[in-house]
Design a protein around this ligand. Structure first.
Ligand code: SAH
Ligand code: SF4
Ligand code: F3S
Length: 469
């Protein structure tokens, strides 16, 4: 079976002729779980299937093709997917629909999934996302129950970014995989080894997006963007300074960072770059050095806090957030309290916090563990309650200040229409329109903050710049 995706013919009946197969217009529905990398993979899949006559729907019941783009980071993510996939059995029984599993669970469990769930037509892993066209062709050509989970073994990593039409924001993959092997984490198994794109390629890619597709804001993506370029003698700091030169580009964000690799060079860029976001997500995981050692995180709390001080000195407006895991195997009460102490010292703007979840195949999964579910739950609640208190205080400093935001949308809160956008420092600010008809979608506006709580921020409009600044 061969497929030339550059040789697709549009037929008079509205179908597309691909090889010897006709593709009528079909609707695809995708359920995405997990991190931004997965969400971006979904964008890539949708964009690859457009030439095969697929358009996206948000109604599962009208889908001709369903994709579950899965996440394996915690057991809860797996359970959600199994339950949703289980439910899709009814759809399969009622109508002609093809169902595929993609992403991190599919990477490691595809054979078992295909065996267990008869409704599943095929499964594919994280390193073959860009070959989805060929797999869909195979499925419609009659191939059943196949899985593709191979790794790209070449040294280079070269892609073209796919964006959603009409949106000025784009996710841009700069590095894939992770070589860190933190003891609790499944990602190195589901995403493979680290590989970076070249600075030149990314700069040309982003310049094209800005010039021809109206992109003004990019989020550079990777599981560990601070390792970006190491194997090619390039760096994230260098990439940011090159991107900065693209006139039409207004905002650069990156996620997610590993504290070990935050270099002085990058910190300096946080001080001098005019376009780099005033926000840094720097996952710490625990406030205890002994837990960090068991996690194989490679840094100490002293090193972490020194990095924070230096970044804040370089850019006094920077806002920091983090990830915390509560109840790592055998975490003592003292080790847990060290995390509470760290929250007080670090003054995070927000945290993502989770109970530790044992992931098969990781080093931590082999540790004998004395903690119970209740102990973990209680520690997580303590962490979250303290953070909420601290967060309310940290955010008070916003009141009276003016922030520039790119407006993303509107919603009705307690019967009142409000628009919202994100500041450079990644905070969402809500505001009332000047008239009920005012449409601020994708406008840059200046907002003066009028009130703040731990979880929400209200402002009033000072200036509307329209769709570009
Ligand atoms: N690459 C990033 C994190 C990616 S995963 C980093 O190094 O920080 C996102 C978050 O999920 C992690 O920061 C961690 O807090 C959480 N996480 C990862 N594995 C987990 C596990 N087994 N149980 C609970 N939380 C986990
Ligand atoms: Fe997982 Fe650690 Fe890699 Fe982050 S750096 S993805 S936590 S192994
Ligand atoms: Fe989940 Fe895979 Fe992302 S495990 S967090 S979707 S890299």
């Amino acid at each position: 079976m061969s497929l030339d995706l550059n040789n697709i013919k549009e037929l008079d009946n509205g179908n597309k002729l691909v090889g010897d197969l006709e593709f009528p217009p079909r609707k695809m529905w995708v359920k995405t779980y997990g991190c931004q990398m997965n969400y971006h993979d979904t964008e890539r899949m949708v964009s690859h299937l457009k030439p095969l006559n697929f358009s996206l729907t948000d109604k599962q019941e009208e889908a001709d093709f369903m994709v579950f783009n899965t996440c394996a980071i915690r057991d809860l993510a797996n359970q959600k997917f199994y339950s949703h996939l289980g439910g899709a059995k009814h759809d399969k029984a009622q109508r002609e629909v093809k169902i595929a599993a993609a992403g991190c669970i599919a990477q490691t469990e595809s054979k078992a999934l295909l065996k267990k769930y008869e409704q599943l037509d095929f499964a594919f892993g994280t390193d073959v996302i860009d070959n989805i066209g060929e797999m869909v062709y195979r499925a419609y050509a009659g191939d059943k129950k196949f899985s593709v989970t191979s790794w790209d073994r070449s040294d280079d990593y070269s892609i073209q970014t796919k964006v959603e039409p009409g949106k000025p924001q784009a996710f841009v993959n700069i590095i894939k995989g992770c070589d860190k092997f933190c003891s609790y984490c499944i990602v190195p198994f589901t995403r493979g080894r680290e590989k970076s794109r070249r600075v030149d390629e990314i700069v040309n890619d982003v310049a094209r997006l800005c010039k021809y597709q109206g992109i003004q804001e990019v989020t550079l993506l990777g599981q560990n963007v601070n390792s970006y370029g190491k194997k090619n003698g390039e760096s994230l700091a260098q990439l940011i300074m090159e991107l900065e030169k693209i006139d039409e580009l207004k905002m650069i964000r990156y996620t997610t960072s590993h504290p070990y690799d935050i270099s002085d060079e990058l910190i300096e860029v946080h001080g001098k770059s005019k376009k780099l976001s005033n926000h840094l997500h720097l996952p710490v995981q625990s406030g205890s050095n002994t837990v960090l050692q068991r996690m194989l995180r490679e840094y100490s709390i002293e090193h972490y806090l020194e990095r924070l001080d230096k970044i804040r000195a370089a850019n006094p407006d920077i806002v920091i957030s983090t990830d915390i895991i509560a109840g790592f195997p055998n975490e003592t009460e003292d080790e847990h309290r060290a995390t509470l102490e760290l929250l007080k010292l670090a003054k995070y703007d927000f945290i993502y916090s989770y109970n530790y979840s044992s992931r098969p195949g990781t080093k931590a999964a082999k540790m004998d563990d004395v903690l119970t579910k209740d102990m973990r739950g209680r520690r997580l609640r303590e962490i979250q309650a303290l953070q909420l208190e601290l967060q309310a205080e940290v955010r008070q400093e916003m009141v009276g200040k003016t922030y520039r935001v790119l407006v993303e949308g509107s919603n009705t809160m307690k019967g009142e229409l409000k628009w919202k956008g994100r500041s450079s420092c990644f905070r969402i600010i809500h505001f009332k329109p000047e008239t009920p008809e005012s449409n601020y979608k994708w406008h840059w506006v200046d907002l003066k903050v009028t009130s703040v709580t731990a979880l929400s921020c209200q402002g009033e409009i000072v200036k509307d710049y329209g769709k570009t600044i």
